[in-house]
Design a protein around this ligand. Sequence first.
Ligand SMILES: [Ca+2]
Ligand SMILES: [Ca+2]
Ligand SMILES: [Ca+2]
Length: 157
Amino acid sequence: MKFNLKKATLATSLLLAFSTSAFAATSLTTGGYATQLQKMEMMKMLDGDGNHMVTMAEADSYYNSIFDALNKDGDDSLEANEWAGPTKNSKLDLTTGGYSRELRSMKMMRLMDTDGDKKVTRDEFLNHHRAVFAKLDSSTDQQLDAQEWAMKGLLSK
Ligand SMILES: [Ca+2]
Ligand SMILES: [Ca+2]
Ligand SMILES: [Ca+2]
């Protein structure tokens, strides 16, 4: 009983999260973000075991590391100063320069800040990347091959 209730609440909040972002913007990402993410160089960075497929688990683990790298004060969310970094050019070691720049735009921060409190929690961060993953996963087998990875027009229409 308790379990079902929890599940129902989760489903509702997920639904709300998705409809809210669909309302606020028609896309999950900016055009620049999609372009940088969908480069093969970035796919390789997410492909932890190097088998030319990116699983949801690999993506989660990658984005957990990015979150930790950005979260300088070690609390449970990213604030605007952490998001943007000390300078425009400070690049994250885990990403390409182009991706780092696009990810750290305030527009991307707003797209991930589902509840609009000007902070991005780990859940908001991971859920956004899971939604991006799901959009690219045309075959819905929970992993992305190179063709799915590079498919244009799915993220920022
Ligand atoms: Ca892999
Ligand atoms: Ca923080
Ligand atoms: Ca938030």
